[in-house]
Design a binder for this molecule. Structure first.
Ligand code: SF4
Length: 338
């Protein structure tokens, strides 16, 4: 098997960077290398106040969908892959160890929220080859009393509809499709390798018909690209028509790793907007003030129009009937969105 870096380089790398450098290339497509990453931890504690969950699971490192605004590119920097593009062309599948996963799970309190797919997409194309997400879900299907959510931009989630349904009968589970726009042309530009928006809406419908509680997250809202009232209205209407229970969206934030890709993208495709974005994000990765408030009002208006919730609704799984009331712990969908 080939390795990603020559051996002498590995001696200067530590931790995950070293593990990544030594990872064998399992398969190569024209654009993407797939590698396997020895994994010491599957479930990560999350202490950020910006998100409502306490634990995260990301079965893959890197994400082939290659969204131009992706904030998670920094996660490849831990592996000394700093060029921005490696994030979408060198995809690491976490080596599966069911015992280690079960052991980690045992240490997590049942009323804590575990979110799957916060930094990379659990249903990106690598999942068809490696099935790490599926194996994790199979392990979670043996659990009871957990709070779980899973988020994706892929219709591949429907492959696991039966399994998700089984999980949701004994645990509180919510599924979310991230859909930033129904405009196919815009989606192709900003999310070049993700599932087409119409198919994502269709996936919401398939999941809800299978009895899975699902919602749509329109994040990130990009100023002057997908923030128009009519676009949000159209999206919320389609989400409601597909059976979504909630609808959310947050304004984009652009950390340096995201700007490295997004600003050149704007210059190429939307030169008119490039200067304005550079100016507005010059001092902070976040936009504050009137703009996010306006967007929030727009989203609230379309939610009301189509009877969609702001918060992820709690429910009582069938298997809990007759048991003592358990504390439910869902809230508003967080900022993190693959
Ligand atoms: S799907 Fe999510 S994780 Fe993947 S590239 Fe797009 S924003 Fe990043």
């Amino acid at each position: 098997m080939d390795t990603l870096f020559p051996l002498p380089e590995q001696t200067r790398l530590v931790g995950i960077a070293r593990a990544a450098a030594g990872s064998p290339v399992l398969e190569a497509k024209r654009r993407v290398d797939y590698l396997e990453l020895p994994t010491r931890r599957y479930i990560t504690k999350c202490d950020s106040e910006r998100v409502p969950f306490q634990w995260t699971i990301n079965p893959y490192r890197g994400c082939e969908f290659g969204c131009k605004y992706c904030y998670a590119r920094y996660t490849h920097e831990f592996m000394e892959l700093r060029d921005g593009l490696s994030f979408e062309t060198r995809i690491f599948a976490k080596q599966w160890d069911p015992r280690a996963f079960a052991q980690e799970l045992r240490r997590i309190p049942r009323n804590h929220w575990i979110a799957i797919g916060t930094a990379t997409d659990p249903y990106q194309p690598a999942e068809r080859r490696f099935g790490v997400t599926r194996r994790m879900l199979e392990a979670l299907a043996r659990e009871r009393g957990r709070r779980l959510s899973i988020t994706t931009k892929s219709d591949l989630m429907t492959r696991d509809a039966d399994l998700l349904r089984t999980i949701s009968a004994s645990n509180v589970l919510h599924a979310a499709l991230t859909i930033t726009t129904l405009d196919e042309e815009l989606a192709r530009l900003i999310e070049p390798y993700a599932t087409r928006p119409a198919l994502r809406i269709k996936a919401v419908e398939t999941l809800t018909k299978a009895g899975i509680r699902a919602g749509v997250v329109a994040s990130p809202i990009l100023p002057l690209l997908n923030d128009g009232e009519s676009g949000l209205d159209e999206l919320a209407r389609a989400a409601a028509g597909a059976g979504a229970l909630y609808f959310g969206g947050h304004v984009v934030f652009l950390k340096p790793c995201a700007r490295q890709v997004f600003f050149p993208f704007l210059e190429r495709h939307y030169p008119r907007l490039a200067g304005r974005y550079r100016e507005r994000f010059a001092r902070s990765s976040y936009l504050r003030g009137a703009y996010p408030e306006t967007v929030e009002r727009r989203i609230e208006a379309v939610r009301r129009r189509y009877g969609l919730g702001r918060r992820i609704p709690d429910y009582r799984p069938e298997a809990w009937e007759g048991e003592e009331q358990r504390e439910l712990a869902f809230g508003e969908p967080g900022r993190a969105d693959p």
